[in-house]
Design a protein around this ligand. Sequence first.
Ligand SMILES: [Zn+2]
Length: 458
Amino acid sequence: MAFDDYFDEKLYRMQNTPEVKEIQIHKLRKHLTRFYNQSPMIKMFIDSQGVAPEQMTLEVFRQAFPLMGQETMRGSMASEGVKEPGYIVQMISTMLGIDPDDYVLMCATSGTTGEPTPYFFTAEDLEIMPRGTSRGLFMVTRGDREAIRKMRTIQGFGLSMFGAGVPLVESLTRLGVACIPVGAEGGTERILKFSERFAANCIWCTPSLAEYMVDTALDRIRAIGFKQVFCGAEPGAGIPEVRRKIEEGFRAKLYDGMGLIGGLTLHSCAEEEYAGMHHLTDDMFLFELVDPETKELIPWEDQAAGELVMSPLQGYSMPPGRFSSGDVAQIFLSPCKCGEPGWRLKMRGRTDDMLKVKGVIVYPAAVDGVITGFVPRVTGEFRIVLDAPPPRVAPPLKLKVEYGEGVKEEDLEALTKEIEGEMHTKLKVRPKITWVPPMTLERATHKTKFIEKTYEQE
Ligand SMILES: [Zn+2]
């Protein structure tokens, strides 16, 4: 099997068009019908909603299937009480109506924030993934099959990671990319050694690992001569400062990606200025945006933002339904300057760091973006002062901002107006700024701290 056994250019060009919407509804019905016929549990659920799977509409689907978060699947790994060995396999295969021996790959999330979430793959699932991945490779190489064939990549994500581990290696090798599966567990030294000995020319890893390599092994990564760095699994590759650091450090092009499970593929393009990730699998996944607080549907319009909800339209690695990853994103429906297809998405934050000022959703990272734009007139350090627990904030949004070295007191009034104006334009919120001298706010050594909770100090 090779690249063109998986890549379908007609479907690739059909992204974000009315034609693909017809495919979506057709595939949704087929997907539900299949589970309806093979899983008594799913049949019982669909019957209880009083709908026939072959007549499903998007509206009915959204009403019938409740939103599921990561916890839903994760709960199954929790080990309270005595459980039979392999009960997770039994439980999941019974739920989906699958013979457990049809699984050919069993993975789970790392579980850094709780119990790991299991993801099992059938042979069919392994065939689905490269169909999506091929579109990402086609986009970044502008269809240059020879460039794809010449890729020799380090797989530097955790090898046991559910999507970016073995499934990524499986997908890439099927598409003709040579893989060197070192895995993040092997450590940076091993990644560097294998890159040198096997002459790797690209790397798939988290942005934090890429940054760490820039910090600790700059000469070696430059000598290896990576041409592309593909990042994912965490935000970072979409943040301008992080992008600059990785691209300048590696002297390579950086791409931001998301997906894999169920074929899902979102990929940033080669545009100089980050244009977000193009969604390249409208025929494999349904997307919607909901209000992170009320979970009500947000109209799918250019530049709309909300909690991202996805529904697979094929495969067995996820049950049918609506899944939230806990990310809040903004969508862009207008065509990208690069000319490649697909609506685009920029990550804006996690549902748990959201603030809501008089109904307007604000993310600390977005406030940071505006403040950083005023350096050196400000130091870049600031705090959002909360008098009550989030997400609701009684207006105005209070900010404590450090002015820059050499800024005179008489200049602060004008600077206040400028920042307030900029925040109003970009974030639709007018803050109340309190100025503090440079180096007043405590410097975070580990993770940037944007919030000051006065309600906890009282
Ligand atoms: Zn683009």
